[in-house]
Design a protein around this ligand. Structure first.
Ligand code: NAP
Length: 329
């Protein structure tokens, strides 16, 4: 089978090599899938460089989550051969190949009539937004929700899910086109993340929209100056969920500020739910599939072939992607 491999850790532009390798055999608790689609994630860039939290060692095939058809199962795995699933890969034989090893406990069964590229996005991207907004932040209709990084990835999913639930969304994104896209997804107020005074602009726009009250919930996959100002935008008993640090800069949340302003800062590592609280993701899965089936949410997928994985990762790094890139071999 063909797969992208990293033998020496480094930037994906130099470390990725396309090779022909034998299909890997699944060990206990894992399954091999014939890859139909793999999400192109920012994390893959970090995996290639060996600076992501999971460090499986080289050689490795990146690609953290994939959708495909089960071909073989390891000991203790109850998935039937031929079932279509989306799942977290084992990171060693990830999704950027014609076959991948997945962690069986993370698998969610996907309908056969769903486009596999859509299925990968409805898996962890929409799941992260759903669990972050509704399980962690308890977002309800009528509440104000701030979403950072809202034109792509988990942010775009969060805008749609929050708006669909009847919440009022304030969104940040870089440049006029991406801001227009956020409006299409359901954002009421948009703020340019690449403006010279983006953090001040976000503060002013949010306070104006909420009459000085602040937001009931904030969803932050970005961090940096926008993430830092977000804590000052939380309403009484607001909930701020920390999703990631696409900016590379991790905000801090002083305890005295949290106390006197009476808000909560919540962590959310979605993959943990696959093993520790699976009922949460199963309920979200049902809701997400139904919203997609009836056309209330969209995945905004751009498909890229296996050969173009390095170019796709470069586009992600350059912040030129709107929506989701998905590799389809
Ligand atoms: N907690 C979890 O379980 C979980 C799950 C999935 C993802 N994540 C994390 O969430 C973050 C976003 O993931 P994603 O898949 O949504 O990524 P993505 O599609 O690349 O989106 C990241 C967004 O962040 C914004 N951004 C702001 N400053 C940036 C900078 N300096 N460099 C790059 N982007 C910047 C960009 O929007 P503008 O340029 O338009 O502002 C971009 O649209 C990542 O850190 C990822 O690891 C966490």
């Amino acid at each position: 089978m063909r797969a992208w491999r990293v033998h020496e850790l480094g930037h994906p532009s130099t470390s990725l090599v396309l090779e022909d390798i034998p299909s890997p055999e699944p060990p206990a608790g894992q399954a091999r899938i014939r890859v139909e689609a793999t999400n192109v994630n920012f994390a893959d860039i970090l995996v290639c460089q060996g600076v992501y939290q999971d460090r499986p060692g080289v050689p490795l095939t990146p690609g953290t989550e994939a959708c495909g058809v089960v071909q073989a199962v390891g000991e203790g795995v109850e998935l039937a051969i031929g079932t279509r699933v989306a799942a977290m890969t084992n990171m060693k034989h990830g999704g950027y190949g014609e076959a991948s090893l997945i962690k069986a406990e993370s698998a969610l069964v996907m309908p056969d009539d769903l486009d596999p590229a859509d299925a990968t996005v409805l898996y962890s991207t929409f799941q992260t937004a759903h669990v972050g907004l509704f399980h962690r932040c308890r977002v309800e209709a009528g509440q104000w929700v701030l979403v950072l990084g809202a034109s792509s990835g988990v942010g775009a999913a969060a805008v749609q899910l929050a708006a669909e639930r009847g919440a009022r969304v304030i969104a940040t994104a870089g440049g006029p086109e991406r801001l227009a896209h956020c409006r299409e997804l359901g954002a009421e107020i948009v703020v340019d993340s690449r403006g010279e005074n983006a953090a001040d602009d976000l503060y002013a726009a949010t306070m104006e929209a909420t009459s000085g009250v602040g937001v009931d919930a904030a969803f932050d996959p970005v961090g940096g100056p926008l993430g830092t100002v977000t804590r000052r935008l939380m309403a009484f008993e607001g909930r701020l969920v920390v999703i990631g640090f696409a900016s590379g800069d991790i905000p801090t949340y002083p305890g005295n500020h949290i106390l006197v302003k009476n808000y909560a800062v919540l962590g959310m590592a979605w993959a943990e739910y696959t093993t520790r609280l699976r009922s949460v993701i199963e309920a979200a899965h049902k809701d997400i599939l139904e919203l997609h089936r009836v056309g209330r949410i969209r995945t905004d997928v751009t498909k890229v072939p296996l050969d173009d994985v390095p170019a796709a990762l470069a586009a992600l790094e350059a912040r030129t992607v709107t929506g989701r890139l998905v590799m389809v071999p």
